[in-house]
Ligand binder design. Structure first.
Ligand code: F6R
Length: 241
């Protein structure tokens, strides 16, 4: 596992943004796995600015997002589809039909499972971007999730609902379920970059890098992946020293 520790959120963004852009520069048909939440915002800002400065072509890039809240339509302003359009897709020349986000409007695991087939049919993810929950979740794979899981409908824990309430009018408005790529789905990516910013991520980062391999800390599955890079600010890395 490669660990890159930088000074602040802005440097997390430029470091991770360069890793993403390097893939796109080298291979215009690259397939990216993307994340939402606060952690990737500085990365997407960097990517958008550099794309404009260097006139980088995204017209053949394909993207797959990790997850979506169950019950939220793509137009909902807290849906992850809306977030991705606003932070990235509307600001680069990617074709919308090449951007995939799990549908929040499906009702069965059978429908959710098809997302893995779709990813495989396109050739698999070259670079997967991840954030991490304070409880060690990646995607919305909460503690206790099987390491074999594929894309499915998942329950969010109380701590995740509380953490994400900051984006909603009230905690009661936060969906209690999501459609999430599974842990096994995430492990299929050829390369993974995980970003973490802030002291509240330090324990999860410690478990990921040094902890015992266990579904109680879903992030520890990444210990078995051959090509993982962590991009951390000083605070998220504080328990590693
Ligand atoms: C988002 C996702 C989640 C977040 C995690 C951290 O697509 O899959 O695992 O990465 O909850 O969220 P932030 O970055 O808001 O702290």
């Amino acid at each position: 596992m490669n660990i890159i520790i930088v000074d602040n959120n802005q440097e997390v963004g430029s470091t991770t943004g360069e890793m993403i852009l390097e893939k796109v520069r080298q291979n215009p048909n690259t397939i990216l796995g993307l994340a939402t939440g606060s952690s990737p915002i500085s990365t997407y800002e960097y990517v958008v600015n550099k794309t404009e400065q260097e006139n980088i072509d995204w017209s053949n890039v394909i993207t797959f997002n990790l997850d979506e809240y169950k019950g939220l339509a793509p137009e909902h302003d807290q849906s992850y589809r809306y977030f991705m359009n606003e932070k990235l897709f509307d600001k680069i020349n990617i074709k919308k039909e090449n951007t995939f986000v799990p549908s929040g409007l499906i009702d069965t695991d059978e429908e959710a499972n098809k997302y893995d087939d779709l990813i495989a049919s396109k050739g698999g993810i070259d670079l997967q971007l991840l954030g991490i929950g304070t409880n060690g979740h990646i995607g919305f794979n909460e503690p206790g999730t099987s390491f074999d899981s594929i894309t499915s409908i998942v329950d969010l824990t109380k701590s995740t609902i509380e953490a994400n309430a900051r984006f909603f009018a009230s905690e009661a408005d936060v969906p209690t379920q999501a459609i999430s790529m599974g842990l096994n789905s995430i492990m299929q990516a050829k390369e993974i970059v995980l970003i973490a910013i802030g002291a509240n991520k330090a324990e999860a980062i410690y478990e990921l890098a040094r902890g015992k391999f266990s579904p109680e800390w879903p992030c520890t599955i990444l210990q078995n992946h051959p090509n993982v890079t962590l991009v951390l600010d000083q605070e998220a890395a504080s328990k590693l020293q």
